[in-house]
Design a protein around this ligand. Structure first.
Ligand code: FAD
Length: 665
């Protein structure tokens, strides 16, 4: 079959060496670029005639992302929770909750946090003064000569100094960041990145790759003690679809493409990647690779590591790290894709990624289930995983989240919608339920009609084994939509003296329920120790695997009277993480390590593991210009930099004395 690589790239093409298939030639002897196909000229021409494909993707946010997104928190500028006449509402036309008043949610906030929200408090104002930049003048001079787009404005620098952790947002609101980037640069292509990284390396300027800025691990937060000039490399202008190979069902995108843009472009062609992390409205392909992201539909499509065929990464040593061949599997390890994935911006810049695509499913149907208690729900999830019959997504929420989710309904009485439908259909089963224990699972089925029907029948049959029963597609769909809206609550809460954040882990099946119980107990005990009375700790099981599951916790408390609420939050979260690890959980299932989990990294990967990572780091980035300071602790990075400068000066001495010897000779 002829390979049908179609390049959607307006850049001039180099001629092919003639001995490689289109899109697969990266050999040093061959000047062909991806997509220099000989065979598929007809197909390529057809598509290239369509101007939509020969230009950059119209992305969700522009160069000045602050025109569309909030600079001080999560999401679109016009989307937020607010209060009117003592009732909480939601505004913003991007979500189905638009314009809804939420009286039951208002009551829930009161019952949980003993808080009546009477008025809207003003959002933070953009500061007028910013930390003074550290300027490496020769670098800036040479950069200007390259004609790469850049900015040294305080606003552009400030909005890229942080991710979305509670810590970051709290400090941002109080304008307490001492160190922010000194310059922002927007490359437009892989070649631009090669030039920029070489320049930064020559001038010893720190480079922090910045995608969607949705990190919840502190991974893009500037290291506060960095003395060198910090350049944020904003990938947002690198968002082209470079080529599509319909025969292999593979696509190549530049790494700055945002999740929702990527899916929209592919869906126009009847295709999907199917990777949907809850942040996919704003996070980027490069960010997913750099953090080893996981999407809610991984059961059908896989996590990012299953979707990636090939990655190109520009490193400081001049090497471009990538796998030559695009065969589906190779037996010549280590697999460098896996060195890149999870490197969190510390080894180089991901510029292009080849992903698997699939035809759009004909049917997409939601469902939901109710279980008498969390334990029954976990057993159901375990059985579904054991039989490997997971639908595209299945998520189990505990009683706390189930109740909260129901209160986010704008209409009728508390729990009314769901309970009415349950009563009608399952009146006998319903009688045995305890409202303070019941929990729910949301389901998403994708495939053709026949497959979906078969999956539904099997899932509902398994649910019955664990006293679960269907509660309707509407509740399932709401559950998934709410995922995107719930992300906005944190900023509203922060303005009302409530600090909240989520953290996650993965755990073997035989420890799953125990871990959930232990972590909740630990958080309760930590709160009691600090006389915190108004708090929430809740969990859900979001991903299932053969050997275990991913568990997601939400924790928040009212901090009235607490001097440093974020420090208190972090102490409790640290206790929770210790408990997670002691209960057999992992350091992270998908949020990554960043800075906030770096204290546990070495124990997790072992001393040899961390030495191996450092060896790769020294090889690829000898001057440590990718110095975001992730994975290892600040002390470890400091020790590493002392060691390498000692080595460099001893190397210098050796070089000097050997040249002296040579000179004498
Ligand atoms: C509300 C919310 C929901 C979330 N849900 C999920 C979820 O369901 N699943 C999940 O996996 N994560 C989730 N996250 C975490 C976050 O969205 C992911 O880690 C995501 O992959 C980060 O992508 P980004 O483009 O925003 O990267 P950024 O936040 O910009 O950067 C993250 C890290 O990747 C590096 N990086 C970014 N781009 C590149 C590049 N091109 N080359 C090299 N390094 C790069 C950065 O230097 C940094 O170290 C969520 C976060 C939030 C706030």
């Amino acid at each position: 079959m002829a390979t049908a690589n179609i390049r959607f790239n307006a850049l001039p093409q180099a001629p092919s060496c003639g001995s490689h298939s289109a899109g697969e030639c990266r050999s040093n002897n061959c000047s062909a670029k991806l997509g220099d196909a000989k065979e598929p000229v007809a197909a390529a021409a057809t598509v290239l005639l369509d101007k939509r494909f020969s230009r950059q993707v119209q992305g969700v946010y522009p160069l000045r992302r602050q025109d569309v997104l909030k600079w001080y928190g999560w999401g679109y500028k016009d989307s937020q929770f607010y209060v009117d006449n003592g009732i909480i509402g939601f505004k913003g036309d991007k979500y189905p909750l638009e314009g809804c008043m939420l009286p039951y949610f208002t009551e829930w906030v009161y019952s949980k946090f003993n808080l009546r929200i009477e008025k809207n408090l003003p959002s933070p104002k953009m500061p007028t003064e910013f930390p003074a930049p550290t300027v490496n003048a020769p670098f800036v001079r040479e950069l200007e000569a390259t004609k790469l787009t850049s900015s040294q404005s305080g606003e552009d620098r400030l909005i890229r100094c942080h991710g979305q952790t509670l810590h970051d947002i709290y400090y941002l609101w109080r304008n307490e960041f001492k160190r922010i980037p000194d310059i922002v640069v927007w490359p437009h292509s892989h070649e631009d990145v090669v030039r920029l990284v070489a320049l930064a390396n020559r001038h010893n300027v720190v480079v922090i790759p910045y995608g969607g800025g949705t990190s919840v691990s502190g991974s893009i937060t500037c290291p506060q003690a960095e003395q060198r000039m910090i350049c944020v490399l904003d990938t947002s202008q690198m968002n082209r679809m470079l080529w599509l190979n319909k025969a292999n069902l593979t696509v190549c995108f530049e790494a700055g493409i945002v999740g929702q843009d990527l899916e929209r472009e592919l869906q126009k062609l009847g295709l999907t990647v199917g990777h949907e992390p809850d942040s996919y409205e704003f996070s980027t392909l490069g960010g997913w690779v750099a953090t080893r992201a996981s999407g809610m539909k991984k059961n059908v499509y896989g996590n990012i590591e299953d979707l990636v065929v090939r990655v190109r990464m520009v490193t400081a040593s001049g090497a471009v790290l990538e796998r030559e061949c695009m065969a589906p599997r190779v037996s010549c390890g280590p697999d460098f894709n896996h060195v890149i994935m999870g490197s969190e911006g510390t080894l180089g810049v991901v510029t292009e990624v080849v992903l698997k695509v699939r035809p759009l499913p004909a049917v997409k149907r939601y469902g939901s289930l109710v279980f008498p208690d969390f334990e029954s729900g976990v057993q159901f999830m375990r059985e579904v995983a054991r039989r490997r019959c997971q639908p595209a997504s299945v998520r189990l929420v505990d009683n706390e989240q189930f109740v909260m989710g129901q209160t986010l309904k704008p209409v009728r009485g508390w729990l009314a919608g769901l309970l009415d439908s349950l009563k009608k259909t399952y009146i006998t089963a319903w009688k045995g339920l305890d409202l303070t224990k019941m929990c729910a699972a949301t389901l998403l089925f994708e495939g053709n009609e026949e497959d979906v029907r078969r999956e539904e029948a099997l899932i509902y049959q398994i649910a019955k084994q664990f006293k679960g029963f269907p509660a309707g597609g509407d509740n399932g769909e709401r559950g998934y939509i709410l995922t995107f809206v719930i992300a906005y609550i944190r900023d509203f809460a922060l303005n009302q003296e409530i600090v909240a954040e989520s953290f996650e882990t993965s755990v073997p099946w035989d420890r799953c329920s125990t871990l959930c119980r232990n972590v909740k107990r630990r958080v309760e005990a930590e709160c009691q120790k600090r006389s915190i009375k108004n708090f929430i700790i809740s969990c859900r099981v979001t991903q299932t695997y053969d050997a275990g599951a991913c568990v997601y916790f939400y924790f928040g408390f009212r901090h009235t009277g607490i001097a440093d609420p974020v420090a208190t939050f972090e102490q409790i979260e640290t206790g929770a993480r210790d408990e997670i690890l002691a209960s057999g959980g992992s350091l992270s299932h998908h949020h990554g390590v960043g800075k906030i989990r770096s204290q546990w990294y070495e124990n997790t990967v072992s001393k040899s593991g961390s030495a191996l990572y450092l060896a790769a780091k020294r090889q690829l980035d000898p001057n440590n210009i990718f110095a975001a300071g992730n994975l290892l602790t600040e002390e470890q990075w400091l020790a590493e930099s002392k060691k390498s400068s000692a080595e460099a000066s001893s190397h210098q001495t050796t070089v000097e004395s050997s040249s002296l010897v040579k000179a004498k000779l």
